[in-house]
Every structure is written in structure tokens, then in C-alpha cells.
Design a protein around this ligand. Structure first.
Ligand code: UT7
Length: 330
């Protein structure tokens, strides 16, 4: 039986650390509010000339190095982002070009915080059917170019951060790798967390008034997102466990999308997991949406908290609404 194995991980966050105290000088907020409501202490913001493809390239090069591979050995790229460098084409082809690769397919995934899991779901199917054998899956985000630091947008302005995480996936006949991956969506909540423009539902697709009225930056009903997130993530974790027949007690590490420390703590409580089985790094990076799971995965592996044979559960919830989970034998 062919399964999808993680060959390696890599990550990159921009050098500039933006603390909550620094934000206090830019907008009406406080370190105390941000810590209490989200657990975030700092986030990274990209330099003026840095792009999402640049962050993705650095994370990918690290993953390639850890796998002992050259970029030319890749046969597919899947890139997840909600903050693309351009309206079109997707960031995937820019990453491909920067890696010096040509001809291989580049799929751009637009599933926000669940983008990495949606990408993993597609990669897993492609690998198991033999379509591709070396897939680079990347989550990259450059939120700092589109944050709303006004009073209206301060709920999202303090949450989001920049960064990228990458993994290399390959087939294996061993009893390891992706054991189950499930993704879901409920479009009834599409406008609960969204960025309205630029968008071709409008004629023209963006106006000066849109920019003045801040329709081009994220708008969120935070409490509503919170309420659904704490329900859907445990549900998805139980679903992938149910699919494999493995008990929750056998899970060694849960890596939740880093949306809000309070959300992760609620998920942990619902599942009844001890602290050492829950990975959190939102304190340092904020919410990096599609990049948060691969960044956390990389750090957990680098810190030795995920070792050979560990049972790892990834779970996400975000805009769309979209959500899901994956169970991986490392
Ligand atoms: O990545 C996946 C998608 N995103 C999420 O999962 C985020 C989910 N939601 C959340 O994490 C939380 O809802 C937030 C952290 C965004 C907000 O926390 P909350 O406890 O739900 O606060 P709230 O939105 O109900 O706002 C409470 C108060 C309001 O003031 P009033 O109306 O009580 O006077 C806000 O105006 O906090 C105010 N507020 C702030 N104050 C200081 C909102 N943002 C800020 C801020 N600094 N940055």
C-alpha cells in the first residue's frame, strides 16, 4: 500500500519582530488586550521588498536541504496562501521560477487557514495514485502588506503575521505517513471572515472608495469565527481518528492552526489533552494562516517533540468557513 510520507520540513519568518508594545504606538490597542484575548506577544513583518514568494522560497530551500534534494528533483508544487503576491497568476509560479525549476505543475490553493490541509489532501491523492512522486507543499503569507491598523480593523490587525512553512512529500510503502486527511467547508459563513475587494463581483473590481472605506483589508466577526473553530477542530480530529480506528490516547502531538491561543486551549480542553501533546507558537508569530501548521510542524520536529514513529494530528479552521484534520505517522 502506498502512503504519503513527509520527507522534510522547512520554514522562514521575516527578520523584523513586531511586539505588541510596538503596535501600541501604531494603533489603538494594548499589549494586555492582545495577550489576554489571543496569547500573541509578537509577530513578524516582512521587509518592504520581500514577497510571499521570497518567504516561500526560503522555507522551500530549507526543506529541500533537509531532504538532501535539489529543486530540479521536484515534480509538483502546491502553494497555499490567502495573501497572494498578485491578483493573478498565483504565487506558485513565482516560487517555481525562483527555485529555478520549469515545466512542473504549480497548484495554488485558496482555502485560507485550512489551505495547508487542503493542499495536503490533494498531494496525498496525487502521490497515492502515482501522479507525482516529489511534491513541495508550501504555505506562505504576507499579511503585513494588507493589515488594517485603524480602529475598525484592530481585531485582525493585531492577529496576523507573516511567514512561510514548507514540506516535501513522497510515496512510501512503509506503515507511516498520512493515515487520513479530511477537509470540509460551509459557504454559508463566507462573509464572516473575508476580504471583499479586489473582486470581480464588483464593477470595476476595485475603486478608490473601496480603499478609503477599507473594503480591501480583512473584515471578521471574531466571536462567530471563534465559536465555530472550537467546535469544528475537535470534530475533525475525531473524524480522522475514527477513519483509522486509532484512539485519541495514542496521539503524541496535536498541531492546531495557530489562530488564537484561547482557541487552541479550548480545543485541547475539549479533547482532554495534556499540555505536552499540544503545540503552540502563536505567542511568537501571531496567526500566519496557511503557513501556521507547516511552521509549527517544522519547529516541533526541530525541537525533538516529534520523533520517528510519532502519531501527529494536524487540524485547522478558518475563513470560508473551511476546516479539516490530518493524522500522520511520522
Ligand atoms: O485564523 C482563523 C480565523 N481567525 C480566528 O480564528 C480568530 C477568531 N476570533 C478571535 O480570535 C477573537 O474573537 C478576537 C481575538 C479577534 C477578539 O477577541 P474577543 O474576545 O472575541 O473580542 P471582541 O471582538 O468581542 O471585542 C471585545 C472588545 C471590543 O470593545 P467593546 O465593544 O467591548 O468596547 C472591541 O472593540 O475589544 C475591542 N477590541 C480591541 N481592543 C484593543 C477589538 N480589537 C481590539 C484590539 N485592541 N486590537
Amino acid at each position: 500500500m502506498i502512503r504519503t510520507r513527509f520527507l522534510s520540513t522547512g520554514f522562514r519568518v521575516p527578520d523584523r519582530v513586531v511586539t505588541n508594545h510596538e503596535l501600541e504606538g501604531m494603533m489603538e490597542t494594548s499589549d494586555e488586550w492582545i495577550r489576554q484575548r489571543s496569547g500573541i506577544e509578537a509577530r513578524r513583518w516582512a521587509a518592504e521588498d520581500e514577497t510571499g514568494a521570497d518567504l516561500a522560497e526560503s522555507a522551500s530551500r530549507m526543506a529541500l536541504e533537509h531532504a538532501g534534494m535539489d529543486a530540479t528533483e521536484l515534480d509538483c508544487i502546491i502553494l497555499a496562501t490567502l495573501s497572494p503576491d498578485h491578483f493573478f497568476p498565483g504565487t506558485g509560479v513565482f516560487l517555481q521560477r525562483q527555485l529555478g525549476v520549469t515545466d512542473i505543475p504549480c497548484l495554488d490553493v485558496r482555502n485560507q487557514c485550512s489551505g495547508f490541509l487542503y493542499g495536503l489532501s490533494v498531494a496525498d491523492a496525487w502521490i497515492r495514485t502515482g501522479a507525482y512522486r516529489r511534491i513541495l507543499l508550501v504555505g506562505t503569507e504576507l499579511h503585513s502588506a494588507g493589515l488594517d491598523l485603524s480602529l475598525r480593523g484592530r481585531d485582525t490587525g493585531v492577529l496576523f503575521g507573516d511567514g512561510a512553512g514548507a514540506v516535501i512529500l513522497a510515496p512510501t510503502e512503509e506503515a507511516r505517513g498520512v493515515l487520513a486527511v479530511k477537509v470540509h467547508a460551509d459557504g454559508r459563513h463566507a462573509e464572516t471572515l473575508w476580504t471583499d475587494v479586489p473582486g470581480c463581483a464588483h464593477r470595476p473590481y476595485i475603486t478608490c472608495a473601496d480603499i478609503e472605506e477599507k473594503h480591501h483589508v480583512p473584515a471578521m466577526q471574531g466571536r462567530e469565527v471563534f465559536r465555530h473553530a472550537v467546535k469544528r477542530m475537535p470534530e475533525a480530529v475525531r473524524e480522522v481518528l475514527g477513519e483509522t480506528g486509532l484512539p485519541l490516547a495514542e496521539v503524541d502531538m496535536v498541531i492546531p492552526h495557530q489562530a488564537n491561543l484561547r482557541i487552541s486551549q479550548a480545543v485541547q480542553k475539549t479533547l482532554g489533552l495534556p499540555d505536552e501533546k499540544m503545540y503552540n507558537n502563536i505567542q511568537r508569530y501571531g496567526n500566519t494562516t496557511a503557513a501556521s501548521i507547516p511552521i509549527a510542524l517544522h519547529e516541533a520536529v526541530a525541537e525533538g517533540r516529534i520523533g520517528d514513529g510519532a502519531l501527529v494530528c494536524l487540524t485547522a479552521f478558518g475563513s470560508g468557513f473551511t476546516w479539516g484534520a490530518a493524522l500522520v505517522r511520522w
